[in-house]
Design a protein around this ligand. Structure first.
Ligand code: ZN
Length: 86
C-alpha cells in the first residue's frame, strides 16, 4: 500500500504508487521536490521529470542522481559486452 489516504499499490521497490510519485514531483513546495529528487528509490521517469524543475537545486539534484543511475546502467552493459571484445 502507498501512504495514508492513498490505497494504491506501490511501485515495486519504492515507497509510493506511480500517481503519488508524480504528485510529489509536482508538489508546490521546493523542499518536498528536493526530497523526492534525493531519494534513492525515486523511479527514473520521475527523476527525468524533475531534471526540468524550476528550482535550480532540485533540477541539479535530479540530474546528479540520474547521472549516477545512468552510469551504473552503462557499466552493467559494458560488462555484458566485455566477453566479445578483445
Ligand atoms: Zn499513492
Amino acid at each position: 500500500m502507498c501512504w495514508q489516504p492513498c490505497f494504491a499499490d506501490r511501485r515495486p521497490g519504492t515507497d509510493f504508487c506511480p500517481q503519488c510519485w508524480m504528485l510529489l514531483a509536482a508538489h508546490p513546495a521546493d523542499r518536498v521536490r528536493a526530497g523526492v529528487a534525493s531519494r534513492r528509490d525515486v523511479p527514473v521517469d520521475v527523476l527525468e521529470y524533475l531534471t526540468d524543475d524550476l528550482s535550480a537545486p532540485v533540477a541539479f539534484n535530479a540530474r546528479d542522481l540520474l547521472d549516477q543511475i545512468t552510469d551504473r546502467e552503462n557499466r552493467r552493459h559494458a560488462n555484458d559486452r566485455s566477453g566479445s571484445e578483445s
